[in-house]
Design a binder for this molecule. Structure first.
Ligand code: ATP
Ligand code: MG
Length: 368
């Protein structure tokens, strides 16, 4: 494997890496990206998260040299994108599914990309088959659905068989089969030793796909860590206890300085509790346990907790009102620990403004 070396005496392999150093982008008064420094590494899927307007797409555009940084730099394999002679061999990207010539068929669009990068024509057919568009290869993409457009963009990213792949919201518009396909594809690419850098707002999807996370808010770096560490550091652990003697169990826990609260279907929940210690306590008091389970927090809960202060665009939601019992449980709907909050249950993520109920704000609007 050919290594590139930099930095004089201190040799450093940078193959397959995207390196951002103090990357900054201002649009007039607006600082879209604010001093970002991080490195995306090969062999894993790195998720790129941030609320709407956090600067993810702007960052990705600067990686590809489509936007000029106000300050700082990006290097791919140790080089700026604009210095690469045939960049599709090094990095393939799906940004917003635009930029397709309206008069060209899907096949010809990819063929033009291939020809300008010294890629043989047979590869066009290969990638169209990989993304499932072989039957519409001779059609013009302007008639494609959102999901078909995404698939064409992904075909373009794969064209040069690049070592690095970057996808901006690739599952946007894809059907469940397509979402499953892209997850499997990204994991496969990473297992082959490639670098996969992907943004998405679908937390449950990201939790299944990425091993590492870079999280930004208002253009600034909030976290650069492994998935498991991110969830552990940004959420509270809880232990669920089910016993035929909940009152006696409650007394034992309170005597130990713990604060059990009513949980789901008659269970007790202890925030910050240690399951082993609780099990020992129950045994020493002769208490029968039907369940003793640490509740794993979801990526969604951890993300909302970390980014609560950085969310720029808050929407009114029917469940945000004072009568609704607050935001959804920690796991979010359909995820572990995602049941309706109980009295005294886990608090809402910090920093979320309290808003009038949906109906109230609508009524106010009508009264004015
Ligand atoms: N060409 C531009 N001119 C002016 N402002 C811009 C431009 N591009 C982006 N911005 C601003 O920069 C900020 C970051 O935008 P960006 O699209 O990078 O966010 P994002 O994290 O990709 O958001 P989303 O999750 O909604 O896709 C936003 O406030 C946006 O309005
Ligand atoms: Mg974006």
């Amino acid at each position: 494997m050919a290594h590139k070396w930099r930095g004089g005496a201190r040799a450093l392999s940078v193959e397959g890496m995207i390196e951002l150093r103090d990357l900054t982008k201002r649009y007039g008064e607006k600082t879209a990206v604010d001093g970002l420094s991080f490195t995306v590494r090969p062999g894993i899927v790195t998720g790129f998260l941030g609320p709407n307007g956090a600067g993810k797409s702007t960052t990705m555009r600067m990686v590809l040299g489509l936007d000029t940084p106000t300050h700082g730099s990006v290097r791919i394999d140790g080089e700026p994108y604009n210095h690469m002679r045939e960049p599709l061999h090094s990095i393939g990207a799906l940004l917003e599914a635009k930029g397709v010539h309206p008069g060209r068929t899907a096949y010809n669009h990819l063929l033009c990309m291939a020809q300008s990068n010294g890629i043989p024509e047979r590869r066009v057919g290969e990638v169209l088959e990989m993304v499932g568009l072989q039957d519409v290869a001779r059609k013009r993409p302007k008639g494609f659905s959102l999901g078909m457009g995404q698939r064409l963009g992904i075909a373009g990213a794969l064209l040069g068989d690049p070592r690095i792949l970057m996808f901006d919201e690739p599952v946007n518009g894809l059907d469940p089969e397509g979402i499953h396909w892209i997850r499997t594809l990204m994991q496969h690419l990473a297992r082959e030793g490639r670098t996969v850098f992907v943004s998405s707002h679908l937390m449950s999807e990201m939790a299944q796909t990425a091993q590492h996370l870079v999280v930004i808010g208002q253009g600034r770096l909030l976290a650069d860590t492994t998935m498991s560490q991110f969830i552990a550091e940004n959420s509270r652990t809880r232990v669920r206890i089910r016993t035929p003697e909940p009152e006696r169990m409650q007394d034992v826990l309170v005597a130990e300085g713990l604060r059990p609260v009513a949980g789901h279907e008659g269970s007790l929940e202890v925030e910050g509790g240690d399951a082993a210690r609780i099990g020992e306590l129950a045994a020493s008091h002769g208490l029968v346990l039907h369940e003793l389970s640490p509740q794993r927090a979801s990526l969604e809960e951890a993300f909302m907790r970390l980014t609560a202060q950085s969310v720029e665009y808050h929407a009114f939601a029917p469940s945000d009102g004072p009568d609704s019992g607050g935001p959804a449980g920690p796991g979010g709907p359909g995820e572990p620990g995602g049941q309706a909050p109980q009295p005294g249950g886990p608090a809402a993520p910090p920093g979320r403004p309290s808003q009038p109920a949906w109906g109230q704000s609508w009524k106010k609007g009508r009264e004015r």
